[in-house]
Design a protein. Structure first.
Length: 134
């Protein structure tokens, strides 16, 4: 089953302020790098991760360098964009940004979203799994 990553998985892989979640996210990234055919990352999740990380570590040059290093690791992965065809069904939902992410993955053939925020995707057409509760 192909899996997509939510923003929180990328952020936890970068940020080690919660050691357990960081370790879990790093394991996911290592698995993803070892088996890129099983994963995808949405451009939206990458952009949101950059936004969250920059807010958490403002004006830190090393933060930028580390984030770019993380992005370079992800280059071999399938990167999923969103399009007008993704925006149209997402616009019907109360939480547009979560819906946009879900529809981008679904329209790209991704069956499962790894996310800490499972309840945010309950009314959306994608299966979810919280890797931080296992």
């Amino acid at each position: 089953m192909r899996k997509g990553l939510d923003t929180n998985v990328i952020v936890y892989a970068f940020d080690n302020s919660d050691p357990e979640k960081h370790e879990t996210a790093v394991k996911i990234v290592k698995n993803l790098l070892a088996h890129p055919e099983n994963y995808a990352i949405a451009t939206q999740a990458l952009a949101e991760a950059e936004y969250v990380i920059k807010r958490k570590y403002p004006a830190a040059e090393e933060t930028y360098v580390r984030f770019v290093e993380l992005l370079r690791l992800l280059i071999p992965l399938r990167i999923v964009p969103y399009t007008v065809e993704t925006i149209i069904p997402a616009a019907k939902h109360r939480n547009f940004w979560d819906a946009l992410l879900a529809y981008a993955y679904v329209q790209s053939g991704i069956e499962m979203l790894l996310t800490e925020n499972v309840s945010d995707f309950e009314d959306l057409p994608i299966k979810t799994e919280n890797p931080f509760t296992q």
